[in-house]
Design a protein around this ligand. Structure first.
Ligand code: G
Ligand code: G
Ligand code: MN
Ligand code: NA
Length: 249
């Protein structure tokens, strides 16, 4: 069982870790970005996945210090990989905090990380509650040069409205569409429609959860811009990113 006090302690004493999952160009040949994904290397329980502690962090107010830790670590690590955009997941609770944009600016300044290399991954949950405040925060972030991606696209109930209203640069097609693609022709039709819609709106279209060569071929043929999934790479520690990019000592 994951315990609140342990998590608070882990955040305060720098015990969390970030892994990075590379995003690839449509041909699968070039790394075009990295998504930071938090892990908790627990002293007795081994590596704990975020599903097991992010919800608790959100309930207990720990998502604010956790989110700040993630930003700082991602920026510090990211400086080793010039030219690559670093994507960071943001919890709706963290995003709605009134100091969120100021905290991002502080972390950028303290680490010297270039704002234009930051991509924040938001979900529909971010904009659902107070759309006006969300829109204002998003405009501030865009003005700084920060990029915004709509994560888990297609799983919400009115994603299309959000695309029209909010200043996203990218959509990430939820991996559930790919999982069911072979089983039902309908999922393939949906993926096709989403890619064309995204492209028509001038957005970067990323597919998540690419696991097979067949999926890769299909997505490449459709004109999906970026691909992410176990076929190309799992999330890996920073040292393995260095090796992948050929910059290891
Ligand atoms: O890495 P993994 O596939 O186990 O991630 C599971 C879930 O945890 C995903 O929905 C992912 O977006 C979320 N997640 C991973 N890292 C972070 C983080 O740093 N902050 C937040 N808020 N969510 C994260
Ligand atoms: O919600 P979000 O998109 O941030 O979730 C990212 C999560 O998806 C990470 O925990 C990562 O481990 C997982 N993931 C990434 N690629 C694949 C894949 O190809 N297949 C599956 N099943 N999960 C993946
Ligand atoms: Mn994500
Ligand atoms: Na996602």
């Amino acid at each position: 069982k994951v315990v609140e006090d342990d998590l608070r302690d882990a955040i305060a004493t720098d015990q969390l870790a970030l892994h990075y999952q590379p995003l690839f160009s449509a041909d699968g040949q070039t790394v075009v970005g990295l998504e930071a994904l938090v892990r908790w290397p627990h002293p007795t329980q081994g590596l704990i996945a975020p599903d097991r502690f992010i919800p608790m962090a959100e309930e207990r107010g720990l998502i604010i210090p956790l989110g700040e830790w993630v930003l700082r670590r991602a920026f510090t690590d990211g400086k080793r990989w010039p030219g690559l955009r670093i994507a960071v997941n943001v919890s709706p609770i963290q995003f709605r905090h009134r100091d969120f944009v100021a905290k991002v600016v502080d972390a950028l300044e303290e680490t010297g990380f270039d704002a234009t290399r930051l991509e924040l991954e938001l979900t529909e949950g971010v904009v659902v509650e107070d759309a006006d405040a969300a829109e204002a925060a998003m405009m501030e972030l865009r003005a700084l040069g920060v990029h915004l991606a709509l994560d888990d696209f297609g799983t919400g109930y009115s994603s299309l409205i959000y695309l029209r209203r909010f200043a996203f640069d990218k959509i990430k097609i939820d991996r559930s569409f790919l999982e069911s693609m072979e089983a039902t022709g309908e999922s393939a039709i949906l993926v096709h429609s989403i890619v064309h819609l995204g492209r028509a709106l001038g957005l970067t279209v990323t597919a998540e959860g690419v696991e097979t060569k067949e999926q890769h071929r299909f997505l490449q043929a459709l004109g999906c811009h970026q691909l992410q999934g176990f076929l190309f790479s799992r999330p890996i520690p920073a040292a393995e990113v260095d090796v992948l990019l050929g910059i290891a000592p």
